[in-house]
Design a protein around this ligand. Structure first.
Ligand SMILES: [Zn+2]
Ligand SMILES: [Zn+2]
Ligand SMILES: [Zn+2]
Length: 348
C-alpha cells in the first residue's frame, strides 16, 4: 500500500504546474549532523577595493556617495536598458525574437562591507524593506515596465562576486517565465475555486504543521510540500496581499524580523555563511489589480549536507524532473530546531 512518507513519489507544485520526484527511502539512514568548523568573520567593515562601499569608485567610473543606510544605483552593466528600440524578428515560424526594455538596479543593504542579512538586526533590515517597496512602486510606475523582480544572490556558490551586502532589481517589459507560470496558476485557482491559492495553502500548512519553520503575526516561513532544493523555503504573508507595497508599518517590521530570523537560521544550519538566491514574487506592475496574486518570497539555497556539499541539478533532473532525497518535512524539522541566535555571537 502506497505510503507517501516511505515510497518514491512525485509531488505537484500548484504554483507552477510542475512536479518534483521525492525519494524518502534514500535518507532513511540517520542524519549525520555534519557541522563545519565555524567560519570566522574576516571581512573588513570597509574595503577600499569594493565597488559598493561608500565613497568608492565603480567600474563604470561613477563614485558612490558616502551613504549611511541603503544605496541604490542603476547597474553599470545592465542586462536590460530603458532605451532599447521596439522591434521583432521572425523567421520561418521557428526563429522568433522580441525587443525587451527594462531597468536593472543594485540595492546596497548597508554601508558596512562585512554585514549580511543574517548579521543585520531587524531594525537595520527595515530600511531595506522600505527601499524594496519604494523601488517596486517607482519602477512599476514606468509606462513600459510590467514586472519588477527584486532578488538577492548571496555567496560565491550562487555567483555573487562581491560579499558586500546587496541585492538587485530587474524591471522588465514582460512577465518572466516563473512569474508567468505562477500568474496563470493563481488565476486558474481563483477561477476554479473562487479563493486565493496561497491563502488556502497557508491555512492548510498551519493545520498540518509539519512543514512550518516559524511564523510571526504577519508572516509564515515554511518548506513547501513541493520544494526542490533541500532547504528551500517560502515566506508568505498569512493574510492576503498582492504586493510588498500593501504592508503597513507593522507588516514591514514583521518582514524585516522574519527575514533576519530565517537568515540566521540558515547560517546556523552548517555554522557557515549560507548561500542562496532569494526573491519576491508579486503582482505584475501593469496598473491592473491582479487580486489573484498573493505575494511571497522564495529562498533557493543549493547546500545539501554541509557548507561544501551542494545539490546539483544534473542528469535526470536536467533532462527530466528535479529529484530530492531529504523530504520537505524533515528539512522543516531540521530548520525548526536550530538556535535563533547567530553562531558567531557565541564566539569569544
Ligand atoms: Zn563593500
Ligand atoms: Zn491570498
Ligand atoms: Zn513564487
Amino acid at each position: 500500500m502506497f505510503d507517501w512518507k516511505e515510497h518514491p513519489h512525485r509531488r505537484y507544485n500548484p504554483l507552477t504546474g510542475e512536479w518534483v520526484l521525492v525519494s524518502p527511502h534514500r535518507t532513511r539512514r540517520p542524519w549525520l549532523g555534519q557541522r563545519e568548523r565555524p567560519s570566522p568573520d574576516n571581512q573588513p567593515a570597509y574595503d577600499p577595493t569594493c565597488y559598493l562601499c561608500p565613497g568608492n569608485q565603480r567600474a563604470g567610473g561613477a563614485r558612490n556617495p558616502s551613504y549611511t543606510s541603503t544605496f541604490v544605483f542603476d547597474n553599470d552593466f545592465a542586462a536590460l536598458k530603458p532605451g532599447t528600440p521596439p522591434g521583432a524578428f521572425d523567421h520561418g515560424n521557428l526563429l522568433r525574437a522580441r525587443s525587451e526594455r527594462g531597468v536593472c538596479r543594485v540595492v546596497c543593504f548597508s554601508p558596512r562591507h562585512d554585514l549580511t542579512l543574517a548579521r543585520m538586526a531587524p531594525a537595520l533590515i527595515r530600511p531595506v524593506v522600505d527601499e524594496w517597496v519604494h523601488q517596486y512602486q517607482e519602477l512599476g510606475a514606468l509606462e513600459f515596465i510590467r514586472y519588477v523582480q527584486i532578488f538577492e544572490n548571496r555567496g560565491e556558490m550562487m555567483g555573487a562576486s562581491n560579499p558586500h551586502p546587496h541585492g538587485q532589481i530587474w524591471a522588465a517589459e514582460t512577465l518572466p517565465n516563473e512569474v508567468a507560470k505562477e500568474d496563470a496558476a493563481q488565476l486558474g485557482y481563483r477561477g476554479s475555486w473562487g479563493r486565493c491559492l496561497l491563502c488556502d495553502y497557508v491555512r492548510l500548512e498551519e493545520e498540518c504543521g509539519e512543514r512550518l519553520v516559524f511564523e510571526n503575526d504577519v508572516f509564515v516561513v515554511l518548506v513547501p510540500f513541493w520544494a526542490v532544493w533541500p532547504f528551500e523555503t517560502l515566506v508568505v504573508p498569512r493574510t492576503h496581499a498582492t504586493g510588498i507595497d500593501e504592508l503597513d508599518d507593522a507588516g514591514r517590521d514583521e518582514l524585516a524580523s522574519i527575514l533576519s530570523r530565517l537568515a540566521v537560521c540558515y547560517d546556523n544550519l552548517f555554522t557557515a555563511p549560507f548561500p542562496y538566491t532569494m526573491g519576491f514574487h508579486q503582482r505584475p506592475s501593469d496598473g491592473q489589480a491582479h487580486p489573484h496574486w498573493h505575494f511571497h518570497a522564495h529562498f533557493y539555497p543549493p547546500l545539501l549536507r554541509s557548507a561544501t556539499v551542494r545539490k546539483f541539478m544534473v542528469g535526470f533532473e536536467m533532462l527530466g524532473t528535479p529529484q530530492r532525497d531529504i523530504t520537505a518535512e524533515s528539512a522543516a524539522a531540521r530548520l525548526r530546531e536550530l538556535p535563533a541566535k547567530h553562531y558567531l555571537e557565541d564566539q569569544p
